[in-house]
Design a protein around this ligand. Structure first.
Ligand code: MCA
Ligand code: AMP
Length: 514
């Protein structure tokens, strides 16, 4: 076994020779390539000294910081499995992940150390550390006594590198198991297809607990040896300030909606840019067109999933074709995509069906859910994405895919996935509730927003505002309905099935563009 199968070793092959150069610039300070190497070595050393079993999970729920990125890299270097958690998750949500993944180590923000310690004690997690947004905390203290060098662990390409939880249609989240080989294959493909260069400068504003911010954005820059301007989140003032020094930006559609909502944003900030990438949710044609008109730049839209990393992309290189709004481009090299009818027949170009995929970036299965894994793969080894799409069509080249909808009952709000079932279960548990239906409706800022229709039990009085308030204490904010309607009954068809499309049609669009 060679250690260059380890994602970290492979990324480090792309670091520049001058390791004293700045790799990550935050508004407060710069971190060199040496800093990345040394700090990730200290974290790896610390994990290595804990005598963890092979394949141990390291669960991390922290604010975004360069140190958090280095903790991820340190986990890879030590050969353990990284399990990032959205920092919006509340204690009850985190409990599910810790119980399911059984991590050996949990790292959390200092502000959640109290309830996290209680969870860790109850679930038998032996090691708990804190890491705050400024890089301090008990993790920093423990890692300080470790050496600043570490021999990156040798792994096989199919060894597990990370588990990413994605919500499930039944309301239970599933852990997608991604191997070192999956992550290397994906980063390598995007490196070439998007023409990453060492002199690129990436404006990094995405969270790093998801594929987009971690494996697409940060991996891309690290492998290219390119500098990142690193912001803790989407901040339009900061973005306008830093964009003139940048060449690449990545975001979910809300990032582009918010940039366009600011009248100061335009050509001057974009003069040095070569690539704006959008993904994780559909980019509206209005946004695509308005962006081109305002900046002269054409956003590159791509499509992927936590289970598969990136699958298709519009080209960066104009020689390969145009960037077509409304489409997610062509299958990436090494990825096969087919559009199927409801059975096992592929559909011709122009017809809409179920999108299935195969390739080196596709995960091996869901953590401890062999049944679910079997259901999601076809007998001939293709992964069912749950998305509906078509190749070609009017004015679109035959090899370009358009995502036209989803066969899964999923809402994507500001780039975060919400499965209605999970929210319905939470609402149905509340006193006085007979039943509920959760749907996604158009939202000017988030693309889609979560809303709910709730039927009270006979004689019960429900207060929508009070319900929203209570849900905010139990669920991550992005999952909480922006609006709850108390209704006498849910619309049903003759079979008794709730007609969510009827509810959707009756619901006005929400929100304002910011
Ligand atoms: C925050 N809030 C939201 C969302 N985010 N509500 C609905 N949808 C959201 N996405 C709520 C909070 O609960 C809070 O509610 C209020 O908005 C303000 O919170 P704040 O954190 O200040 O919001 P923000 O900073 O403006 O965040 C919005 C955001 C953020 C910047 C769009 O959600 C974001 O960074 N999204 C990116 C998600 C992402 O990286 N997805 C990639 C997944 P209240 O005030 O009521 O308490 S990877 C993936 O999907 C695949 C692989 C792929 O293809 O990439
Ligand atoms: P996740 O499981 O959080 O990684 O979300 C993956 C889902 O996001 C996909 O199955 C799609 O439904 C959706 N998605 C990602 N990129 C796009 C895109 N460019 N256009 C439309 N949907 C997208």
């Amino acid at each position: 076994m060679k250690n260059d199968a380890n994602v970290y070793a492979w990324l480090a092959q792309g670091f520049p020779e001058d390791r004293s150069a700045t790799a990550i610039q935050t508004p407060q300070r710069g971190y060199s390539w040496n800093d990345i190497d040394e700090l990730s070595a200290r974290y790896a050393g610390l994990l290595g000294a804990l005598n963890l079993p092979a394949g141990a999970r390291v669960a991390v729920q922290v604010e975004k910081s360069p140190e958090a990125l280095m903790l991820y890299l340190g986990t890879l270097r030590a050969g353990f499995v990284y399990l990032p958690l959205n920092n919006a998750y509340k204690a009850a949500e985190v409990e599910y992940f810790l119980a399911d993944a059984e991590p050996s180590v949990v790292v959390c923000d200092g502000s959640s150390a109290g309830w996290m310690q209680e969870l860790a004690d109850r679930l038998g997690v032996a090691n708990l550390y804190t890491l705050d947004a400024d890089g301090t905390g008990t993790l920093a203290v423990a890692a300080a006594s470790q050496p600043d060098t570490f021999e990156t662990a040798a792994v096989a390409a199919d060894d597990l590198a990370a588990i990413l939880y994605t919500s499930g249609t039944t309301g239970r989240s599933k852990g997608a198991m991604l191997s070192h080989g999956n992550l290397v294959a994906s980063t390598r493909t995007l490196h070439d297809f998007w023409q990453w260069r060492r002199d690129d400068v990436l404006l990094h504003m995405l969270p790093i607990f998801h594929v987009h911010g971690l494996f697409v954005a940060a991996h891309g820059a690290l492998r290219a040896g390119a500098r990142m301007i690193w912001l803790p989140g989407l901040d339009i003032d900061q973005a306008l300030h830093h964009l003139p020094q940048c060449t690449v930006m990545m975001g979910v559609p809300t990032y582009y909606v918010r940039l366009l909502a600011d009248p100061r944003f335009g050509r001057p900030q974009c003069a040095g840019m070569r690539l704006f990438v959008s993904g994780s949710a559909p980019l509206l044609m209005d946004t695509f067109n308005a962006f081109r008109e305002r900046t002269g730049h054409t956003i590159l839209e791509r499509y992927g999933m936590s289970e598969t990393s990136m699958l298709t992309s519009n080209p960066s290189d104009p020689a390969l074709g145009p960037r077509l709004g409304g489409t997610v481009g062509m299958p990436l090299p090494g990825v096969s995509v087919r559009v199927m009818d409801g059975g096992d027949q592929p559909l011709p170009v122009g017809e809409t069906g179920y999108v299935q995929v195969r390739g080196a970036t596709v995960f091996s299965g869901y953590w401890r859910m062999p049944e679910k894994t079997r259901e999601e793969f076809t007998a001939d080894g293709w992964f069912r994405t749950g998305d509906m799409g078509r190749f070609g069509g009017e004015g679109v080249p035959d090899d370009y895919l358009t995502i036209v909808g989803r066969s899964k009952d999923l809402i994507i709000s500001g780039g975060y996935n919400v499965y209605p079932k999970e929210i319905e279960l939470a609402i149905d548990e509340m006193p006085g509730v007979a039943e509920s239906a959760v749907i996604g409706v158009a939202h000017a800022d988030f693309g889609e927003a979560v809303v709910a229709a709730v039927v009270p039990r006979a004689g019960a009085e429900l207060n929508a505002e009070a319900m929203i308030f209570e849900l905010k204490g139990r669920l991550a904010g992005f999952k909480v309905p922006k609006q709850i309607r108390i209704v006498d009954e849910l619309p049903r068809n003759t079979m008794g099935k709730v007609q969510k499309n009827v509810l959707r049609q009756s619901w006005p669009a929400q929100g304002d563009a910011r």
